[in-house]
Design a protein around this ligand. Structure first.
Ligand code: ZN
Length: 138
């Protein structure tokens, strides 16, 4: 069995942003040489998510507004976590959107359903953060 590991680095200049990372994960898969197996992609930070959905700008805006209703950033004083920091909403948003995705690898390709794309969702940016790609198979 082959095993392959790669870290993808991000530095989002603002607090929140969605990034389509499907092509970067596909490149990791090509470099892994795995034809049949599984590909795990996870955010390595507790204030960012990796999720799969449509890469469509209207949906990005809808998700942003929906998450902001669930866990508004302001006022920061509403959260008990925000003692000396201001990112409680980012932890909550990450809990809603999840930590990781797993995609089947078939014939050397990510075996997606229609319109599925892998996204990194930053909730507390302005610093370097990582996503782990782990691919196993043969
Ligand atoms: Zn925090």
């Amino acid at each position: 069995m082959k095993s392959f590991r790669r870290e993808l680095w991000f530095h989002i200049p603002q607090r929140r942003q969605t990034v389509d990372i499907t092509d970067q994960v596909g490149e990791a898969l090509r470099d892994s040489g795995v034809n049949e197996g599984l590909c795990l992609v996870n955010a390595m930070h507790i204030t960012a998510s990796v999720y799969i959905n449509d890469a469509e700008s209207g949906l990005y805006d809808d998700m942003e507004r929906w998450l902001e209703k669930l866990a508004p950033h302001e006022p920061v004083s509403q959260y008990r976590h925000n003692v000396g920091e201001d990112n409680a909403d980012a932890h909550l948003k990450r809990s809603v959107m999840g930590r990781e995705v797993v995609v089947a690898v078939t014939d050397g390709r990510l075996d997606f359903g229609p319109w599925e794309r892998i996204h990194y969702y930053e909730f507390d940016g302005r610093r370097r953060k990582r996503v782990l790609v782990k691919i196993i198979g043969e």
